[in-house]
Design a protein around this ligand. Structure first.
Ligand code: HEC
Length: 496
């Protein structure tokens, strides 16, 4: 079980989404990766019906970089122009079209190549055939030179969340509201807001992102969220979760964070894969985010969210960026990555300060001491490591304790303590200076992925793979509230 779950954490982030849904089915909605079937009698649309098939089965080898057979399929124009062997599509004549033949042929040379995967499903080949028979046309008004990946992203619409979830939704990120009275949790294509006192669902905010991977409140009470749709797109947006709701879902106020500009106040970026982490500088003026494209981007928010200025795009890690944090003075940025390192970046000089390599495995998260002199990182090696953020980044201490991978780490600056969560189903509080464990918060029944501390430091909340959210009181370590953050979800055991 452990290994499949482990794989699932990765595919929770990566493009293995389909497999993940097949094996665990975290959510009831139909896979959005399925191309919409063109209605019988209606002409096949290149953009809506054919391009998604090419994207799923062909782009990996025929994009602008790979261009196998000198054939690039990134735009309609290029698909029609053909490759090394000349034109591949003869309009109105699928049988004479090399491209179609390569999809259905019984011969050795097929696409995708036989040694690289299965033939595309018959129904999809049939859609390509119909499109060619109907003239291999581009949709009216569309630009033949438009990049298809972008074009498909623009056309894609997020599904509306169900009134009641059939399966629990993985909690990757959650955050206490500034007053500590409510808790925002990442759901499936939505953010859900719960009363911290009684665990009641207060509002739901529809989001374009399928998952929220990180979130943090800004000084004015707006919420910054990093997220995405694995392997498809990623974004950082600023939401006003207190904006007026225009509707409701199952009796709960429902806000349109997809299209309503009063709810989705600003979009800082949209990229081709998930954004996995974000941090706000202590003065609230800067936001940093990192993700699957290995970049850490830093924005200056001082002129307002819609005038957010991208200051730096730092490409310092060799793999996904999983954690970022600013030092208290806002001058440095610490980051962690699947490339097995944590790093320190000087934001003023715009240069790398040091690399901390001791984890020798995925480093899931980082934190920094109030004085900025000590960096803390946690990873797949089950350790929390403390190290000096200057010189050669000497390790001060390695602390075990968690019995499995450690996913998140948060440092409470005002109290100099830290909290971690792990695949061992526990949440632990630590004395930051001495490194000893203060408390073990138990009761979770699955991998704990998400963590948040209330702004006054009196509450800690965590969320898990099975959708469970628990809130503890920090002073005595007692459980205050527990609920499943998947709206309407009824666990199988409770159904009988
Ligand atoms: C795993 C990599 C891979 C995938 C996936 C793949 N191809 Fe190819 N393709 C190649 C290679 C390598 C060649 C060059 C060798 C050849 O022509 O047989 C090629 C050549 C072609 C050619 C001939 C181009 C020319 O002008 O000679 C066409 C047409 C083509 N692919 C179409 C497709 C389509 C359509 C798909 C998706 C259904 C697809 N390919 C998926 C690797 C791939």
């Amino acid at each position: 079980m452990r290994s499949t779950r482990l794989c699932c954490w990765l595919c929770a982030l990566a493009s293995l989404l389909a497999i993940c849904w097949l094996t665990h089915g975290p959510i009831s909605t139909v896979s959005a990766a399925d191309p919409a079937k063109p209605a019988a009698g209606k002409p096949v649309s290149f953009l809506n019906d054919v391009a998604p098939i090419f994207k799923e089965h062909c782009f990996a080898c025929h994009d602008a970089k790979k261009r196998n057979g000198k054939y690039e399929m990134t735009t309609y124009e290029k698909i029609m122009a053909g490759g090394a062997g000349g034109e591949q599509i003869v309009a109105h004549n699928a049988d004479e079209s090399e491209l179609y033949d390569l999809l259905v042929t019984q011969e050795e040379r097929r696409m995708p190549p036989r040694d690289k995967g299965d033939a595309i499903p018959k129904e999809k080949a049939e859609i390509v055939k119909r499109w060619i028979q109907e003239g291999a046309k581009l949709d009216a008004g569309a630009d033949p030179k438009a990049d298809l990946v972008k074009e498909l992203r623009i056309r894609w619409q997020p599904p509306t969340p169900p009134v009641a979830y059939k399966y629990p939704s993985i909690v990757n990120a959650l955050a206490f509201a500034p007053d500590g009275k409510s808790l925002v949790v990442g759901g499936h294509h939505e953010l859900t807001v719960w009363s911290a006192g009684d665990g009641k669902l207060l509002r739901r905010i529809h989001t374009r992102a399928e998952r929220a991977y990180a979130m943090a409140f800004l000084p004015d009470g707006k919420l910054a969220v990093a997220g995405g749709r694995p392997g498809q797109e990623g974004d950082v947006r600023i939401y006003d979760i207190n904006a007026a709701a225009k509707g409701e879902i199952g009796g709960v106020p429902f806000l349109d964070g997809v299209n309503d500009p009063k709810v989705s106040v600003a979009k800082l970026i949209e990229v081709d894969d998930s954004i996995l982490c974000l941090a706000i500088s202590p003065d609230g003026k800067k936001l940093a985010a990192g993700g699957c494209d290995r970049n850490i981007r830093v924005w200056d928010l001082s002129a307002g969210y819609s005038a957010a200025k991208l200051e730096q795009a730092i490409e310092n890690h060799a793999d996904w960026v999983l954690g970022v944090i600013f030092t208290q003075d806002g001058k440095q940025l610490l980051s962690s990555s699947r490339d097995k390192t944590a790093k320190v970046w000087d934001l003023t000089a715009k240069e790398s300060v040091l690399t901390f390599p001791q984890h020798q495995n995925t480093v899931f998260d980082v934190a920094v001491s109030t004085d900025g002199k000590t960096g803390y990182s946690v990873g797949a090696d089950k350790q929390m490591r403390a190290w000096v953020t200057s010189g050669d980044g000497k390790q001060v201490r390695a602390t075990g304790g968690h019995g499995d991978e450690v996913y998140k780490l948060q440092y409470f600056a005002k109290g100099e303590w830290m909290v971690t969560c792990s695949a061992d189903k526990t949440v632990r509080l630590w004395d930051a200076k001495k490194g000893n464990q203060l408390k073990e918060l138990t009761g979770m029944t699955d991998f704990v992925y998400g963590l948040t501390i209330s702004s006054d430091g009196t509450l800690v909340a965590a969320g898990a793979y099975d959708g469970e959210v628990k809130i503890w009181s920090v002073p005595d370590g007692k459980l205050v509230k527990a609920f499943n953050a998947s709206p309407g979800f009824v666990p199988a055991a409770a159904k009988k």
